[in-house]
Design a protein around this ligand. Structure first.
Ligand code: ADP
Length: 960
């Protein structure tokens, strides 16, 4: 082979080109006449070979209006090459116009002279690629947009997330706080000194109860919690279920004060007094639960009842002694006296009384010793007792025993003097009378005196106790109001200490106790200063201990608050509990403070009055009895038992101990008296009687004075009978000894006197016969005196007969007016010193003991003569009224003071004053008269005005 390479012919080349997949066409002229187009180009055009030789516009008319035909022109004319990628062209394929995309080139093919002789047209259908890219672009766009949205959403989500975290944080805090406050509330409830119980309103289920409540109700926790309240405490259901239902439906709290409730505590029924509140608790405007707050006030109520009882006893004791009392404020010297004192000192019934008023009634020679006595008693802080007389305007005297004491200020009570004055005239007189009669009897009087002294001291103490009891009662009453409020949940002071900051918080109640307003801050150090000094350190160390994990966090202490704005000390009981975190550090210390001032006071008062009552009773040897007529029980204290000679300690009863213990001679009388005591209308329940007892164990006879009172319910039925008894055996024995002595003397005198009288009468007759006028007159006077003496001795003898129970009535029918006339005649025979007049007296027949009634009348007349001036008038009157006849003797004599009137008929009682001291007598005439009239079932009495005379009278039934 030579170096001539084998070359393809033009046709061969065209054939090969026509087979290429790459679309190729060759155009000539500026109209782009198609010179050549391979199959691929024809396929693009959608035409057959017929297009060869045609201009492009002819071959593809759809290109009109598209840029390609012009582009060919420019390529041809300017000899340039244009190309494009992804260029759209609308072509009609199979009669349908469609957009295709091409990468194309129109290249001018030039000859050596640079003239264009053909245009090489290549094209590559990129429709597929283009559309794919477009789709991809659209997708990317969409993706971007959605990405954007997504990121916005993400942002929102983030923000929402943030919020969520925040609110979760807040929620967690709230939860924490809630848990904290719940814990605090629970801890407060659990350790509150007030019983607290929470009852669900819908089914009355007990959901919560604190220890105090369990203790108060006397139930176990498992018996209460998750039971309905009335299943747990059925004994209270009847009374309180309707009330609780009402609280639930009305939403109004129910407050009970001192309700007496029967509770079965630990299986044992007990009557207790409760203060309690049913407090509705609200949720969504309905009552969701009832909070029961309860305090057991049994002790307080009992204390008050006891105080009342003790006071009643004191009153009897003072009454029994008929004492007068006075009271003087040590600061203001304000002086208050009892009505009885005015009576004793003869002072006007009202208007102020001063110490000098009183002193002026006492003889001057006693003043020094009285003042000294008082001063000494103040200096030694002891009571004083002294005896002195009182001199009245008319010169008469009475004796009193005065005692008193200075009492230091205590609590709300100011310093004061209190004292007691007893009229002891009778004692002093009887003492003197006996001294006159016999020295031996004087010794007995000493005993009487000492008994009286004891009585006096007792009554003194009783009097003081009574004042204090009054005060205590007042305070108890005042406190009731306070307590009622204290019950309301708000009335517990509450405190809360944050140990981290030492910030101290409290409710308004607590602040007010510490002298702060509701909005004031509590400064710990200042609050501590308000606590009484003696308690301060205790409180501080108790708080320290409470904050110490090792000691369990409990806090329970009582202390006194002395608030500068309120000088009254306030006793409080504080209870609390510390909450510790896991590291055993205190995180919260909270609790309650309860005002216990009133309980403390009442308790102290009670203790004091008990002690005083005990001391007083001991000093007075006063016994007490207390009979519950509903429960049919009788209580006797030790002294009372001694008086009935009982040594055992078992319960006593009216039938087994009281009745058999009475002396048989007194039994009927005493039981009759008690029968009357139980009928309110008779004597308003007052009881005052003297009787003998025979000791159950020792058979000893004792004299007793009993004084008391029956208490009635609203139907006037007796429910309780209480009082005191005093041993008066010694006094009685004195009286008996005195009577024995008198009776002995009288018997001894009676015989010689009788013969003396006979001799005087004999001598008188002889003198008259001898006309010895002097001797006859003198003997007449002797006879009058002998008769007087005779009458006196008769009186004594009657007395002893009376006391020996030997006076018998010897009743006959007689005309009373005759008896009166006989006595008057006899009296006139003795010498007409007075103008005695018998007012017209019809004849009245009576059935009575003639001698004894006569004795009464002659006693009245001889007294009228004795106690009125010579020559004055004496009127004797008798009249019949209904079934009674009344005899009266009226004189114009010295008269009798009202204070003496009631005692005239007592044995040995004499009014001692300037008018009577020269009149002889023993004070037994009226006593005998009263005994005689009583045995006739009559009445005896006197009306009198000092200075203007007296009228003594008696009545007896006509036919008895
Ligand atoms: P006696 O006259 O022996 O003292 P009575 O028992 O008869 O005893 O009287 C008691 C007292 O009553 C007398 O001491 C006297 O003070 C007072 N009394 C009695 N009658 C009168 C009278 N008519 N006027 C004033 N006082 C009288």
């Amino acid at each position: 082979m030579n170096n001539a390479k084998p070359l393809l012919s033009d046709l061969q080349l065209l054939d090969i080109l026509s087979l290429s997949n790459y679309a190729v066409a060759v155009h000539v002229t500026e109209d782009a006449v198609i010179q050549f187009a391979n199959d691929a180009m024809l396929a693009i055009w959608g035409k057959g070979g017929s297009v060869i030789g045609k201009s492009l516009e002819e071959a593809l008319p759809e290109l009109k209006g598209q840029p390609f035909i012009d582009l060919f022109k420019r390529v041809w004319n300017e000899g340039i090459t244009v190309s494009g990628t992804d260029t759209p062209a609308d072509l009609k394929i199979n009669g349908e116009l469609k957009t295709f995309y091409f990468d194309y080139e129109y290249r001018a093919i030039k000859n050596a002279q640079g003239q264009t002789y053909a245009i090489l047209h290549t094209a590559f259908d990129v429709t597929e690629r283009y559309l794919g890219k477009e789709r991809e672009q659209n997708l990317t766009e969409e993706l971007r947009a959605s990405n954007e949205e997504l990121s916005a959403a993400n942002e929102e989500l983030n923000a929402a997330n943030e919020e969520l975290t925040q609110s979760q944080e807040a929620l967690r805090k709230i939860y924490d706080e809630l848990a904290d406050s719940n814990a605090r509330f629970r801890s407060m409830v659990s350790q509150a000194p007030v019983g607290i119980c929470i009852i669900r309103a819908s089914d009355l289920m007990v959901t919560d109860a604190n220890d105090s409540y369990l203790e108060l109700a006397g139930k176990k926790r498992e018996d209460l919690e998750n039971h309905t309240i009335w299943d747990a405490v059925p004994e209270a259901a009847e009374a309180y279920a309707p009330i609780m239902n009402e609280v639930i439906s009305s939403g109004e709290a129910f407050i009970a004060r001192e309700h007496e409730v029967m509770l079965i505590r630990n299986g044992v029924p007990e009557n207790v007094f409760l203060d309690f509140v049913y407090e509705p608790m609200w949720q969504n405007e309905v009552v969701s639960a009832i909070m029961v707050l309860a305090i057991d006030v049994t002790d307080k109520v009992n204390a008050r009842i006891e105080v009342q009882r003790a006071e009643e006893l004191h009153r009897f004791s003072i009454d029994a002694a008929n004492g007068a009392t006075w009271h003087m404020d040590a600061e203001t010297h304000e002086f208050t006296v009892s009505p009885r004192l005015r009576e004793i000192f003869d002072l006007p019934p009202d208007g102020p009384v001063t110490y000098d008023n009183i002193l002026s009634k006492i003889p001057a020679d006693y003043h020094d010793s009285i003042n000294q006595g008082i001063q000494a008693s103040v200096a030694q802080n002891q009571s004083y007792t002294m005896e002195h007389p009182i001199v009245y305007a008319d010169g008469s005297r009475r004796w009193v025993r005065a005692s008193g004491k200075l009492y230091a200020a205590e609590g709300p009570r100011r310093a004061h003097f209190s004292g007691l004055i007893l009229d002891i005239t009778a004692q002093v007189e009887s003492r003197e009378a006996i001294l006159n009669l016999n020295n031996e009897l004087a010794a007995a009087n000493e005993e009487l005196l000492s008994t009286n002294e004891e009585l006096n001291a007792t009554i003194d103490e009783l009097r003081v106790t009574r004042d204090e009891l009054k005060q205590s009662q007042l305070e108890v009453e005042q406190s009731e109001e306070a307590l009622r409020f204290a019950l309301h949940a708000a009335n517990l002071g509450t405190f809360d200490l944050d140990p981290a900051t030492n910030r101290f918080k409290g409710n308004a109640m607590l602040k007010s106790w510490f002298g702060l307003g509701p909005d004031d801050e509590i400064e710990f150090s200042k609050a501590i200063n308000i606590i009484a000094e003696r308690d301060r350190n205790n409180v501080l160390s108790a708080i320290q201990d409470a904050l110490n994990f090792r000691y369990g966090g409990h806090y329970d202490i009582e202390y006194t608050i002395i608030n500068p704005l309120d000088p009254r000390p306030r006793y409080v009981r504080a209870k609390g509990q510390t909450l510790f975190n896991a590291r055993q550090q205190p995180v919260r210390f909270s609790g309650t403070v309860q005002d216990i001032t009133e309980e403390r006071r009442a308790l102290m008062e009670l203790e004091r009055s008990y002690e005083q009552e005990r001391l007083s009773k001991e000093a007075a040897q006063l016994g007490t009895f207390d009979m519950d007529l509903l429960a049919n029980t009788l209580e006797w204290d030790e002294r009372c038992r001694t008086l009935f000679g009982i040594s055992h300690k078992d319960p006593v009863s009216y039938d087994k101990d009281f009745l058999p213990g009475l002396h048989p001679d007194d039994r009927e009388r005493v039981t009759d008296v008690i029968k009357d005591v139980f009928v309110k209308s008779v004597n308003n329940g007052n009881y005052d009687v003297e009787y003998r007892t025979i000791g159950a164990d020792d058979q000893k006879i004792r004299w007793v004075r009993a004084k008391g009172k029956a208490l009635f319910n609203e139907h006037d039925e007796p429910v309780r009978f209480i009082g005191s008894v005093l041993d008066i055996t010694d006094q009685k024995q004195d009286d008996i000894r005195k009577s024995a002595f008198i009776s002995m003397v009288s018997h001894e005198l009676k015989t010689p006197l009788t013969s003396l009288k006979a001799y005087v009468q004999l001598l008188g007759a002889k003198a008259r016969k001898d006309s010895d006028h002097f001797a006859a007159g003198a003997l007449g006077k002797v006879e009058v005196q002998v008769n007087k003496m005779h009458n006196m001795i008769d009186g004594f003898l009657n007395l002893s007969r009376l006391e020996a129970g030997k006076i018998q009535l010897n009743k006959t029918s007689f005309d009373l007016s005759d008896v009166v006339k006989d006595i008057m005649d006899e009296t006139l025979l003795l010498g007409a010193t007075h103008a005695i007049k018998l007012l017209p007296c019809e004849s009245i027949s009576v059935f009575a003991d003639k001698d004894k009634i006569g004795h009464v009348i002659s006693n009245f007349i001889s007294n009228a003569i004795k106690y009125s001036p010579r020559g004055s008038n004496i009127d004797v009157n008798c009249e019949k009224t209904g079934n009674n006849i009344k005899v009266s003797v009226k004189d114009e004599g010295v008269g009798i003071k009202s204070q003496d009137l009631s005692k005239l008929f007592d044995r040995f009682y004499r009014v001692e004053n300037a008018n009577t001291q020269h009149v002889s007598g023993f004070g037994i005439g009226l006593y005998l008269s009263a005994e005689i009239i009583e045995r006739h079932h009559g009445k005896i009495g006197v009306e009198s005005e000092p200075g203007s005379g007296s009228t003594f009278w008696f009545t007896i039934p006509v036919n008895k």
